[in-house]
Design a protein around this ligand. Structure first.
Ligand code: ADP
Length: 193
């Protein structure tokens, strides 16, 4: 069966545990890759260049934009994503709500997943224990989180990341269910093998 991969767009407040959950789900599955974005922020302890992000300085970022490498807001060439999907590989993008909306316009078949913490208090605790933001930056992220919740009405699924293993298995289950959609398998009915 020559199935196309699915584009999985993940968003959610910073500190909700998106990276944690996504990489756990990827480890547990075959035929899935993470589409690494480019960022100009500094790596946090434990982050590996090319895994969570490609870490570049502003000059390099501008060069990439000029070269149309960063052809869209999430920093990944669309051709790379499409090649993977055609190979039957699911592609996960971790992008903020605004970027997700843009991707959704270009690729409406994308599966949109919003990952949230069990509460905003817990989000605050996670941001504080991650230790990469000042108290002021944490407050700004909490305000941003509330805004994102208001804008998140176009997501197909919401995962509450209370226990990271459970959240990862929910993400994996979503990916499995999306593969089973009749729309992608209609051909099996018209041309049975
Ligand atoms: P994001 O990618 O959404 O910004 P991270 O994956 O960096 O979030 O997680 C933020 C912090 O919360 C990290 O320190 C991470 O280890 C921790 N974390 C992630 N998931 C959980 C969870 N289910 N329970 C407790 N802490 C978590």
């Amino acid at each position: 069966m020559n199935e196309k991969g699915k584009l999985i767009v993940i968003s959610g407040p910073s500190g909700a545990g998106k990276s944690t959950v996504v990489f756990k789900a990827i480890e547990a599955r075959d035929n899935v890759c993470f589409s690494t974005s480019v960022t100009t922020r500094k790596p946090r302890p434990g982050e590996v260049d090319g895994k969570e992000y490609f870490f570049v300085d502003l000059d390099r970022f501008k060069e990439m934009v000029d070269a149309e490498y960063v052809a869209n807001s999430y920093g990944t060439p669309r051709s790379y994503v499409e090649q993977k999907l055609n190979e039957g590989v699911d592609v996960i993008l971790d992008i903020e709500v605004q970027g997700a909306r843009q991707v959704n316009e270009k690729m409406p078949d994308a599966v949109k997943v919003f990952i949230i913490p069990p509460s905003l208090d817990e989000l605050k605790r996670r941001l504080e224990s991650r230790g990469t933001d000042t108290a002021r930056a944490v407050e700004a992220r909490l305000i941003r989180a509330r805004q994102e919740y208001q804008e998140a009405d176009f997501y197909d699924y919401i995962i509450v990341n209370d226990d990271a293993d459970k959240a990862a298995s929910e993400l994996s289950a979503i990916m499995t269910a999306e593969r089973c959609r009749a729309a992608g398998r209609k051909e099996l009915l018209t041309n049975p093998v």
